[in-house]
Design a protein around this ligand. Sequence first.
Ligand code: NAD
Length: 373
Amino acid sequence: MILGGGHPLAPPPPSVPFPPESHLHVRGPAAGTLGMRCQVTSLNDVTYATPPRAQVQGAGPAAWNLYFSVTVTEPRRGGDTRPQEGREERARTYCLTRRQKQRGGTESSRATMALMGRVALVTGGAQGIGRAVVEALLRSAAKVSVVDINQNCGDSCKSELDAEFGGGSCAFIQCDVTDGDALRDAFQKTADLFGHLDIVINNAGINNEKNWEKTIGVNLTSVIKGTYLGLEHMSREYGKPGGTIINVSSMAAFMHSPHQPVYTATKHGVIGFTRAMADASVLGNYGVRINVLCPAFVDTPLLQSVEEEDNMGKFVKFKEDFKRSMDKFGVLQPSLIAEGMMRLITDTALNGAVMKITCSKGIHFHTYEPMSA
Ligand SMILES: NC(=O)c1ccc[n+]([C@@H]2O[C@H](COP(=O)([O-])OP(=O)(O)OC[C@H]3O[C@@H](n4cnc5c(N)ncnc54)[C@H](O)[C@@H]3O)[C@@H](O)[C@H]2O)c1
């Protein structure tokens, strides 16, 4: 249930403020794993970056997710929940999803209902992660515009997708995202072709330390431009009904890769920009949710570039270290990244969320230390 109407992908309207530092008995999916009293330790820690707006127990409009950190006191036998000496209390993040629980139905059927007829634009959508996301969107009955610099790859992508999903649901627009006018045209062409725009995925990215200024242009400047263009087509500021934007960062933003210093900087920048814009969207009542997705290593052509001097410049000599990291942390399949992306697209409670996807923890969210004065 989304209260108050509006665009189905836009954030839910404000409701009951959640009282800070309060105790709650956790219900919903977390209850099965916890089944004990928890204390909300910090509401600034929430992944949903604005003051939480949900009521988690009792009567009322408990209709969306609430993300929060709790300190869990492990129960002793017999249900005694007093802290145990020598055992650390652990902060964990939980998500209460009462709306989904009440509604029933599978994730994919819910996604199809939410996305039927919606229009998405995916930059860098012709291969790798972008291509997996495009396929997931088409499976959910969305219309998709694939915006990519690579003409050959885009053409073959389009004919394969037309063969699988039928013509008319997918368009390929050849475009270098660093060319501001071309990117603006790509957004306009998408809206003209499909009638409107609801979802923007700023995914195009490169790994080039030799031409590091180009890396900043593609990975950061174009993400900023793509976000602003997305707002022009979707935000209430421009008289549009709302929508959602997802910017692709990387776990490199958390790992300080010595072989990719500029790539790392751009991915930090994407997170900072996205979180600031998510807050601006709330304050400005844009009706657009803006989130960021950070995958660990993913099996795509981009990963092969770490072996090339042309890409890595002087840092190519660290390639063995990079490969050891890949062995240590594992390599994900693009389909899992698409699954996380679909969650960011369809979960109307998420704004300013930083989703991380790793082999060890799967799809999960980053939480931040609360700001202290
Ligand atoms: N593969 C990984 O291990 C990994 C991990 C974390 C984050 N990422 C990020 O995921 C995103 C997608 O990466 P991928 O692994 O699928 O890479 P990829 O190289 O397989 O695909 C990138 C796509 O972007 C397109 N592209 C590149 N420059 C462009 C430009 N200037 N204009 C338009 N399109 C352009 C390419 O043609 C390609 O189709 C990137 O932002 C990347 O940084 C990748």
